[in-house]
Design a protein around this ligand. Structure first.
Ligand code: ITT
Length: 186
């Protein structure tokens, strides 16, 4: 049964929203997009960044909100770009990551998704998941963001070309944790 309550996903990134909407709808939860750019503090902690984004989102909308903060952590780069993934994508992009990994064999990485929920009365609740994988040797066609360079473990293609990204993505895993908690709370 679908849950009907007004829940907003606050983000500037419509790709994230479209995936989150599809994933949550399959779990019986409907969300709306409130498109805006949120305050993103500088911190080494994705949890801290997500918490502040959720408080900022709630103060803008004054309705129950979820936000998501993601990071791609590459082992041989000491976890870079991690919490700075958005800035790094907008500046050096996938080509820049490829250059940093030139001649590096160890390409292990993980994609982390932190969902933060805030309704103004509960403290901010955080739900985190991460998916292990590796950085591809070349940039594939398709997808968005880091999709063309991230190969999740157990797959031979990147997120851009796997048959069902929603089944095992970092986003799907943390949204499942959120929806289990949220449905129980209602
Ligand atoms: P917000 O407005 O929601 O903050 P954003 O795009 O800035 O949107 P993040 O701060 O979470 O989002 O940045 C994480 C970066 O990782 C950003 O460049 C995304 O495009 C990228 N990213 C996150 N999830 C991804 C996915 O599933 N596939 C490809 N790239 C992804």
């Amino acid at each position: 049964m679908q849950q009907s309550c007004e829940l907003f996903f606050v983000s500037s990134n419509t790709h994230k929203f479209e995936e989150a909407k599809r994933i949550l709808s399959n779990l019986g939860l409907e969300i709306n997009l409130f498109k805006t750019t949120l305050e993103e503090i500088q911190s080494n902690s994705i949890g801290e960044i997500a918490k502040r984004k959720a408080l900022d989102a709630f103060s803008k909308l004054e309705k129950p909100v979820i936000i998501e903060d993601d990071g791609l952590f590459i082992d041989s780069l000491g976890g870079f770009p991690g919490p700075y993934s958005s800035y790094v994508y907008d500046t050096i992009g996938n080509k820049g990551i490829m250059r940093l990994l030139e001649n590096i064999e160890l390409r292990n990485a993980r994609f982390v998704a932190m969902i933060a929920y805030c309704n103004g009365t509960d403290n901010v609740k955080l739900f985190e998941s991460s998916i292990p994988g590796k950085i591809s040797l070349s940039i594939e066609e398709g997808g968005w963001g880091y999709d063309p360079i991230f190969i999740p473990d157990g797959e031979s293609k990147t997120y851009a070309n796997v048959s069902d990204k929603d089944k095992f993505s970092h986003r799907a895993a943390s949204l499942k944790k959120f929806s289990d908690w949220f449905m129980h709370k209602q």
